[in-house]
Design a protein around this ligand. Structure first.
Ligand code: IDP
Length: 149
């Protein structure tokens, strides 16, 4: 018989959340942190970062070579990013749920992207936040953005 993992018994995870330059520029960093804390997650690392190209190349390694890769990296260097490590049970999928779908136009109302992003034309990659998509990505990304944590 397999053991069922319920939300109560799920292990505590960490995820990397980024408030992207559009979110910081628009004064939404506090709103993102408020939603994370209101959900019951814990902030364990917070830093405002002017990301360099080599960090972004490693962060977005899976997108290297795609049409939107360079515009995405340029956008991510267009202003400060608030990098946050968030902890909690099932926080990786939990934050993805708070963030909403990648395309802000289609993201459900009530999600961060659904409430604040539209993603059209040259702004297509501007969707306020990033959240790690798996335990492996979270470990890799936290090591990149918070090498001491
Ligand atoms: P996610 O952020 O919802 O996990 P990913 O597919 O991992 O989405 O893409 C990373 C980021 O790259 C997105 O958040 C968005 O900013 C940007 N992006 C993804 N797909 C496109 C695209 O088709 N055009 C432009 N930018 C894109």
């Amino acid at each position: 018989m397999t053991t069922q993992t319920t939300p109560e018994t799920a292990p505590i995870e960490r995820t990397l959340v980024l408030v992207k330059p559009d979110g910081v520029r628009r004064g939404l960093a506090g709103e993102v942190l408020r939603r994370v804390e209101a959900k019951g997650y814990t902030l364990v690392g917070v830093e405002l970062v002017n990301a360099k190209e080599d960090l972004l190349a490693r962060h977005y390694a899976e997108h290297v070579g795609k049409d939107f890769y360079q515009p995405l990296v340029d956008f991510m260097m267009s202003g400060p990013i608030l990098a946050v490590v968030v902890e909690g049970q099932r926080v990786i999928e939990g934050f993805r749920s708070l963030a909403g779908a990648t395309d802000g136009t289609l993201a459900s109302p009530g999600t961060i992207r659904g409430d604040f992003a539209r993603s059209w034309g040259s702004k297509v990659m501007q969707n306020i936040v990033h959240g790690s998509d798996s335990p492996e990505s979270a470990a890799r990304e936290i090591a990149l953005w918070f090498p001491g944590l």
